[in-house]
Write a protein that binds this ligand. Structure first.
Ligand code: PLP
Length: 511
């Protein structure tokens, strides 16, 4: 494909993208009039559908773009569950926006892969001073990342300790799971380095690995457990308060005490602001106190709810984060920025780079160590990195913080609108949690005298709601109770879609 062909196909593709979003916005409002698009939210293809449609070998000779484009419509589109659909109320939203898409396009245009220099050793940072900065693999990629992540610290009301001007700073990871894994590895390094500093010999330090223990709660996202598996350390899921479903400081303090008594070494705890199942918030100040008393790294996972702290009315949810060692959230969930985009901030970047730098100390350059430039390759698992800061920059500039606040408030108001409906029928629906931000969970109340249990009925209703793919919700279990989750925050969702969701739920429950 030459530049002229790219220009032609590129225009067509942008046109197709714009039309896709227009069609989505027009869909999902009930039976559609003739000519009005009506895309369903859920794909209903059978597993393995695509292998029946595609050849088993890559083409030997070039194919025409028209054929490829046709296959997008005919073969790929049917297998898409439309996360950008206005009736997508499942999991958490995965926001996409036009500025976010354009940011991705510019990122693809530059296609820079930062930070290869240090690793492959093409340039010796000691002997080749003019190339002494890994940062030089693309200065704008690095510097824009530092700038927009500092902007976000201020916009969200995180404390100054996470700014790059001090000892801390932020780095964009691909996902919250990456951010959590990296922070846990940094915490492990910090704990082991403290033993080295006490004079412990290297063999004994390495042997300590089997004693390290990380904590989360029964409601903590599985990514903390996974990070502990990857780091080959123990993980304990602590109980949460049965009413608010948040992990309490006392529980963490008691776990640390008991584990120390057993000879284990507590080193890491994840506290969540906005849990995946119910949107609960852990007792961050209490957990911070328990953690800091024993040099335990406090990581805050605000993957979903963190976006809301751009609004003044949600800044109180950050209480206690000023004591955290790391904090991450996903702009790609609820802040209008296309996947993938998970900033991680650390209070002291040296723990990350101590854990992840493969550059021997004698080859580290003064500029990197002083923080004049950030060698982000030492803040993450991979070496190369995408120019993700562009899409954040585009989103922040085109919406402004006011626009972001409006978007968050729209999601919160839409969940409130749906919850208001649930409240009108206490005979049918029991609100189990929330609304917390834009997530409410509810169960179905069996009719008096019915032999079916609330759990079975809730599951039957949940299956029936999702069956025809018009709206998409997810299910979870809280304290042994089966519940249906309703999460808004989609860019395309209008109040009419919430009203249509009510209609679908009414139809299924016979309300
Ligand atoms: N933490 C929380 C609270 C989440 O809700 C999720 C996903 O929904 C994650 C972590 C994992 O996010 P990611 O898919 O970005 O790894």
């Amino acid at each position: 494909m030459n530049a002229d062909e790219f220009r032609k196909r590129g225009h067509e593709t942008v046109e197709r993208i714009a039309k896709y979003y227009e069609d989505l916005a027009a869909s999902g409002r009930g039976p559609a009039a003739d000519g009005v698009p009506d895309i369903k939210t859920l794909s209903t293809v059978e597993p393995g559908y695509l292998s029946k449609l595609l050849p088993t070998e890559a083409p030997e000779t070039p194919e025409a773009w028209d054929a490829i484009q046709r296959d997008i419509e005919e073969k790929i589109m049917p297998g898409i569950t439309h996360w950008q659909h206005p009736n997508f109320f499942a999991f958490f939203p995965s926001n996409s926006s036009f500025p976010g898409i354009l940011g991705e396009m510019y990122s693809a245009m530059f296609n820079v892969i930062g930070y290869v220099v240090g690793q492959v050793g093409l340039l010796d940072t000691k002997t080749d001073p003019k190339n002494s900065f890994n940062w030089q693999t693309s200065p704008a990629c690095t510097e824009l990342e530092t700038i927009v992540l500092d902007w976000l610290v201020k916009a969200m009301g995180l404390d100054d300790g996470f700014l790059s001007s001090g000892l801390g700073g932020g780095v964009i990871q691909g996902s919250a799971s990456d951010a959590i894994c990296v922070s846990l590895i940094a915490a492990r390094q910090k704990m082991l380095d403290s033993k080295r500093a006490e004079g412990m010999d290297e063999e004994s330090v390495l042997a300590l690995g089997s004693k390290l223990i990380a904590y989360g709660s029964t409601q903590t996202h599985s990514s903390t457990r996974k990070a502990a598996m990857i780091a080959n350390v123990r993980f304990r899921a602590l109980d949460v308060d049965p009413v608010n479903l948040g992990m309490q400081g006392d529980t963490v303090a008691e776990a640390i005490r008991a584990d120390l008594e057993k000879g284990l070494i507590p080193f890491y705890v994840t506290a969540t602001i906005g849990t995946t199942s119910s949107g609960a918030t852990d007792d961050v100040p209490g957990i911070a106190a328990a953690a800091s008393a024993h040099n335990v790294w406090l990581n805050i996972d605000a993957a979903w709810a963190g976006s809301a702290s751009v609004c003044p009315e949600y800044k109180h949810t950050l209480k206690g984060t000023e004591l955290a060692d790391s904090y991450s959230f996903n702009l790609h969930k609820w802040l209008l920025t296309n996947f993938d985009c998970s900033p991680l901030w650390v209070r002291n970047r040296k723990y990350l780079t101590n854990a992840l730098s493969v550059t021997p100390v004698y080859l580290r350059n003064a500029a990197s160590d002083s923080g004049v430039v950030m060698d982000y390759r030492d803040w993450q698992l991979p070496l190369g990195r995408r120019f993700r800061a562009l899409k954040i920059w585009f989103v922040l500039r085109t919406y402004g913080l006011e626009g972001l606040r409006e978007h968050i408030r729209k999601g919160v108001a839409q969940t409130e609108r749906f919850t208001e409906y649930l409240r009108t029928r206490p005979d049918l629906y029991k609100i189990e949690t929330g609304p917390n931000w834009s997530l409410v969970t509810f169960s179905i109340v069996p009719p008096a005298g019915a032999s079916i249990s609330a759990n079975d009925l809730t599951n039957a209703v949940y299956d029936a709601i999702n069956a025809d793919g018009e709206i998409f919700l997810t299910h979870t279990i809280l304290n042994g109770v089966d519940v249906i989750r309703f999460a808004t925050g989609g860019v395309q969702t209008a109040d009419e879609h919430i009203d249509y969701a009510k209609t679908v739920v009414e139809r299924v429950t016979g309300a």
